[in-house]
Design a protein around this ligand. Structure first.
Ligand code: SF4
Length: 416
């Protein structure tokens, strides 16, 4: 567990905004278009959920906040501003050293919104670009062009954002190595601080899932495993030449700009998800919030009615909200991780990071030597040149990274 100077434990806060202008053809995230009334009702419920944590998280200090989605920039920026205000009323924030990120999509931004984000305390912005090729964007069902992104990116710099991530997606149907390299080069010329580069995964219940079934005429347009690997190696090579170091399997940053919030997932720190379907991990317990928006919106209202609390007064008045709901009411899939499950996660999440996992950290966390638990697995993986063991640290080799899922599976106790 990491403590900051105040002796409070570190906490990452994730806020889910489940709205998008239109569903992209490959997307299986919890997101959908919505009416203004629905958006308004959602934020009222979100504020209630935030306030339900009053006096419940006092041992924590929030060191990162991440507004994800969905498309947080698809709603009026005032909602984001007000959400930040509620968070500041309830949680202890590391004001001098907070990373506060918001995901935005081109086509939903303007100068006023960006300025409002800065006013609300955001200091990092993450653009969902995916490709600089307009044909590829169209194929993905994105709502924007590269030119719109460029305009938005320049605006973000102009209003004062000094920490910008750009999300890219490779292994698209019909994509060539040349077109991917062109995307990488064009994006690097803009000098963002951070680049995330994920491969497309075809998920069930998406338009892509039907379009690219193995028996469909389009299936052959998908890159094969070898092409996927070529793309991965090209990405690493080009981004490293451009001054970006790979600190996680799919994430690259200029030194000092690694995403603190996402890193906290990989190193097993506590994080709290607020909003529809969001996930949390606190004190070894994992859970998700319910995923039905109508239920989410109505749940806390019912509790308020029962307590005769005045929502109107507390939402619209300046005074801090004085009602408390029980955040447990939203939780599903609650799971207390066993010691073995925590060890598994420590290994396979930690190995996603280029810094690897430390034997000393393992010993501190579990009061057991890593070699006692995983000695044979480590020896075997080293023999197969899938990991390097450098003093205290274990890291994936290039080859190990290529087949990382297979390496991670070796750390699961049930498969032994
Ligand atoms: S913008 Fe993102 S969250 Fe929204 S539909 Fe597209 S991929 Fe999904």
């Amino acid at each position: 567990m990491t403590f900051n100077q105040s002796n409070k434990k570190d906490l990452g806060l994730y806020i889910h905004i489940p709205f998008c202008v239109k569903k992209c053809d490959y997307c299986d995230f919890l997101s959908a278009p919505a009416s203004q009334n629905e958006i308004e009702a959602y934020f009222e419920a979100l504020f209630r959920e935030i306030h339900s944590y009053r006096n419940r998280m006092d041992e924590y200090m929030v060191r990162s906040i991440f507004f994800g989605g969905g498309t947080p920039s698809s709603v009026d920026a005032d909602y984001i501003y007000k959400t930040m205000e509620q968070i500041k009323q309830v949680f202890t924030i590391d004001e001098n050293n907070l990373e506060a990120s918001i995901e935005v999509n081109p086509g939903t931004l303007n100068r006023d919104k960006l300025t409002r984000y800065l006013d609300s305390g955001m200091n990092r912005i993450s653009f969902g670009l995916q490709s600089v090729n307009n044909e590829e964007l169209k194929l993905l069902g994105r709502i924007h062009t590269f030119e719109q992104f460029l305009e938005n990116y320049k605006l973000a710099r102009e209003v004062g954002f000094c920490n910008i991530n750009i999300d890219l997606m490779s292994a698209l149907p019909g994509q060539t190595l040349d077109s991917w390299e062109y995307t990488l080069n064009t994006v690097m010329e803009l000098r963002p601080e951070h680049i995330s580069a994920y491969s497309l995964i075809i998920e069930e219940n998406t338009i892509f899932y039907d379009r690219y079934r193995p028996d469909s005429m389009y299936y052959d347009e998908l890159p094969d495993e070898e092409m996927d690997r070529l793309i991965y190696h090209k990405t690493k090579e080009r981004l490293q030449e451009g001054g970006y170091h790979r600190y996680e399997i799919s994430n690259y940053a200029r030194t000092g700009y690694e995403c603190r919030h996402n890193s906290s997932y990989w190193v097993g720190k506590d994080y709290l998800g607020i909003g529809l379907g969001s996930s949390s991990f606190i004190n070894g317990i994992r859970w998700s919030n319910l995923r039905e928006i109508d239920q989410y919106i109505s749940l806390f209202s019912k509790q308020i009615d029962q307590r005769n609390a005045s929502w109107e007064k507390s939402f619209h008045g300046d005074a801090a909200m004085d009602w408390i709901n029980d955040p447990m009411a939203l939780r599903q899939d609650i799971q207390r991780l066993t010691e073995k499950e925590r060890m598994e996660e420590f290994m396979y999440l930690g190995l996603r990071m280029s810094s690897g996992v430390s034997k000393v950290d393992f010993q501190k966390r579990f009061a057991l030597a890593m070699d006692e638990v995983y000695g044979k697995v480590l020896e075997d993986l080293k023999e197969k040149k899938l990991i390097n063991i450098c003093g205290d640290y274990i890291r994936l080799t290039e080859y190990g990274t290529d087949i990382s899922n297979r390496v991670f599976a070796e750390f699961l106790f049930d498969t032994e």
